[in-house]
Ligand binder design. Structure first.
Ligand code: AHM
Ligand code: MG
Length: 341
């Protein structure tokens, strides 16, 4: 019998998790089901991108000052439409929307969750058929149920995340999500259109062979960080010699590999980008949450990512994230990095 006949689907898994919590309402399961559905729709378009006239720039510049790709817009609409038509989300913040989007209807106002997302991470990879991703982060609202969600619901420190996850559209499509109980990965079987549990209880290896950093910024970073990059490519980096440099231009793909194989990823402060490039609320926080639950660490170079109180939904943050022992090595070079929590 094929292996997957014994596997459970994402929906079955999230429903089984409910049995562990007698007071659970099923709302988070419903929300994850919605995310899974949106991911399947996006996956379909990604797979026929050139045929579906979805390659290339859309023609506008987003709030971050970046060129918006057609697929960014498509994916953003798919996620928003699925979540708006469901009843398990009170509103969203997206990289593609300057303001929060509140689903102000009687049912959605009763929902206890809000979601923050980057609908397409690694947009620069779309046209060249290299992995891209979607990232999401779920919080319990702090504003009153029954009323529209408020900005304060979205501006919570990452440590308050109830769940976080990503979808990687790669050689296969995998949805990985974390709750405090663990990290699990589900691979899309396109024939039946279901995500199946394929990577149960993921743990990040404490050490790995990869470092992910855009080397074009080498001459723009602090001397201490240059010393660390020099260490990564030195013969003493680990017992097998230097680390391999792997940088896909898609953080989801780099961190997915590091989660499975061990590694470190960093996008620091560089010239003209005092806070790096990545967005705290829907890029750094969800990846930090997943990584920590899996046994790794994440810092902005001064403090734990998950402890940062966001002030703006689109604020950027430097990010250093990865396997525990590699993060401890980093701290020897950047003593202020505070990677041990
Ligand atoms: P995006 O969400 O607009 O695609 O930007 C985020 C991406 C990350 O996935 C990736 O690591 C980084 O931007 C690449 O940027 P750079 O070309 O500056 O190295
Ligand atoms: Mg993006």
């Amino acid at each position: 019998m094929p292996r997957y006949h014994n596997l459970i689907t994402l929906d079955e898994f999230t429903i089984q998790q409910l049995r562990l919590f007698p007071h659970a309402t099923g709302e988070l399961s419903g929300l994850l089901r919605g995310i899974g559905l949106a991911a399947k729709r996006v996956n379909l378009e990604v797979n026929k991108a050139a045929l579906a006239d979805i390659l290339g720039a859309e023609g506008s510049i987003n709030i971050q000052g970046e060129v918006v790709q057609k697929l960014d817009v498509y994916a953003n609409n798919v996620f928003i439409n699925v979540l708006r038509s469901g009843i398990n989300c009170a509103g969203i913040v997206s990289e593609e929307n300057e303001e929060m989007v509140v689903f102000d209807d009687a049912k959605s106002n009763q929902s206890k969750y809000v979601l923050l997302m980057d609908p397409i991470d690694g947009s620069g990879n779309i046209d060249i058929n290299i992995s891209i991703g979607s990232i999401f982060s779920v919080y319990r609202r702090v504003s009153d149920l029954g009323k529209p969600a408020k900005l304060e619901d979205f501006l919570q420190p990452g440590i308050k995340q109830v769940a976080a996850g990503y979808v990687i559209y790669g050689s296969s499509t995998i949805l990985v999500y974390a709750t405090r109980r663990g990290v699990n990965g589900f691979t899309l079987d396109t024939a039946i259109g279901e995500f199946y549990l394929s990577h149960p209880n993921l743990k990040m290896p404490p050490h790995g062979l990869f470092y992910s950093f855009d080397n074009r910024y080498y001459n723009q970073v602090d001397q201490k960080l240059k010393n660390y990059v020099d260490f990564c490519i030195s013969t003493t980096a680990n017992k097998n010699g230097p680390y391999s440099n792997r940088y896909y231009g898609c953080m989801v793909a780099d961190i997915h590999r590091n989660l499975l194989k061990g590694g470190i990823f960093f996008y620091p402060q560089v010239t003209g980008k005092p806070n790096g490039k990545l967005r705290l609320c829907y890029e750094c926080n969800p990846m930090a949450f997943i990584t920590e639950v899996a046994g790794g660490n994440a810092t902005d170079g001064k403090q734990r990512i998950l402890d940062i109180q966001p002030e703006h939904i689109h604020q950027r943050s430097p990010l250093f994230i990865g396997s525990k022992e590699m993060m401890e090595d980093l701290q020897r070079f950047l003593p202020s990095a505070k990677v041990k929590f």
